[in-house]
Ligand binder design. Structure first.
Ligand SMILES: Nc1ncnc2c1ncn2[C@@H]1O[C@H](COP(=O)(O)OP(=O)(O)OP(=O)(O)O)[C@@H](O)[C@H]1O
Ligand code: SF4
Ligand SMILES: [Mg+2]
Length: 333
């Protein structure tokens, strides 16, 4: 089946075969390449919320930033409504900038501390000529109201607001330019649990009201389950499993996804021993499953070929030669 299985709507974003290397220096000064994205393909449909989950360093932020144009992939294509935006230079990319916005993890550092909220919200309105100059104050007030804040918050400075309030304003700033995609990178991780639910509800409401698509990056599978229509699980620069949220939880097929779900309950999942991991660390990731060193289901072929995502009719795929059998139908809680 095609890259994303049964897709009803034409994708808004179709990332294809992305490869992205960072050049890093070792402690002794020698430069080497670090493959942060290794043959990644991902579709995001209009109005869809796609979750990116996976452990630290798996490439979630890099993928989000590559789609936004903040990192340039070394290979592959990023089609935005059919146009390859990965191939564009800064000037060519400009018309697409308004369409894709980002909400960051730390709300305080994403605002200029010397600007009032009104000034911060006015900047993108002016930059993208969203409304006439004399309509900016009323537009700012309406934006604040839309995210559950009051007009008087406009006169405050970032340090005079709570993390939850600032994250609402960051969302207001993102939606103010009517984007078609928002990349939210750990956007609720720094918030208290009580406030987290409110901000998630706000993102959910913005998605339903405006039809904006979201790439929602998170460590928290529970949060991803609440918000996302589909979930992509990343491991060391690759998407190892992707599918509708309910399918991922009820029927995880990749051993790594299973271990992530088990870890939520203190279990060790399908993880091999440390000794296995050390012995296998010399396996060439270009020609093997990248999870082989940790996988208790490993077979000889896992060390000599790369498993590919193979989509079923429900749009669920796991990159694994020996995927876990379908579960009993009981969802993993
Ligand atoms: N600017 C950079 N320069 C060099 N290496 C980088 C850079 N940004 C990320 N990396 C490396 O690329 C890999 C992927 O990083 P990335 O930030 O995308 O992971 P992540 O999944 O977002 O992790 P986290 O959950 O910790 O945010 C990591 O090994 C990281 O160290
Ligand atoms: S391909 Fe092999 S090593 Fe990789 S996850 Fe599947 S069973 Fe484990
Ligand atoms: Mg990150």
């Amino acid at each position: 089946m095609s890259a994303e299985g049964m897709s009803a709507a034409a994708p808004l974003i179709a990332a294809r075969d992305l490869v992205l290397d960072f050049h890093v220096k070792s402690a002794f000064g020698a430069a080497h390449g670090l493959r942060a994205l290794d043959d990644v393909s991902l579709d995001v449909r209009p109005g869809e919320i796609v979750g990116l989950v996976g452990e630290s360093g798996s490439g979630k932020t890099t993928l989000g930033k590559a789609i936004l144009g903040a990192h340039r992939p070394g290979a592959g294509r990023i089609l935005y409504r059919g146009t390859d935006i990965a191939a564009l230079d800064g000037a060519g990319r400009r018309p697409f900038r308004r369409e894709m916005q980002m909400v960051f993890q730390d709300p305080l550092s994403s605002f200029n501390p010397r600007f009032t909220i009104a000034s911060s919200l006015a900047l993108p309105l002016r930059l993208h000529r969203i409304c006439p100059e004399d309509a900016i104050p009323a537009t700012v007030a309406a934006l604040l109201q839309r995210v559950g804040l009051r007009p008087e918050h406009a006169a405050r400075y970032p340090h005079e607001l709570s993390g939850g309030q600032l994250q609402r304003i960051a969302i207001a700033r993102a939606i103010s330019v009517t984007p078609s995609l928002i990349v939210a990178d750990e956007a609720v991780s720094k918030l208290d649990v009580s406030v987290r639910a409110q901000v998630l509800n706000l993102l959910n409401r913005m998605n339903r009201e405006t039809g904006v698509s979201l790439i929602f990056i998170t460590h928290d599978l529970g949060v991803a389950r609440f918000l996302c229509h589909r979930i992509a699980v990343m491991y060391f620069g690759r998407i190892v499993e992707i599918g509708p949220t309910a399918e991922i939880f009820a029927n995880p097929r990749h051993p790594y996804t299973r271990s992530l779900l088990d870890a939520r309950h203190g279990g060790s999942g399908h993880v091999a021993t440390d000794a296995d991991e050390t012995a296998l660390s010399i396996v060439d990731p270009a020609r093997a499953c990248n999870y082989a060193a940790r996988c208790a289901r490993r077979a000889p072929e896992c060390l000599t070929a790369r498993p590919r995502l193979d989509f079923d009719a429900a749009g669920h795929a796991a990159a694994c030669f020996a995927p876990l059998p379908p579960a009993s139908g009981e969802s993993v809680t």
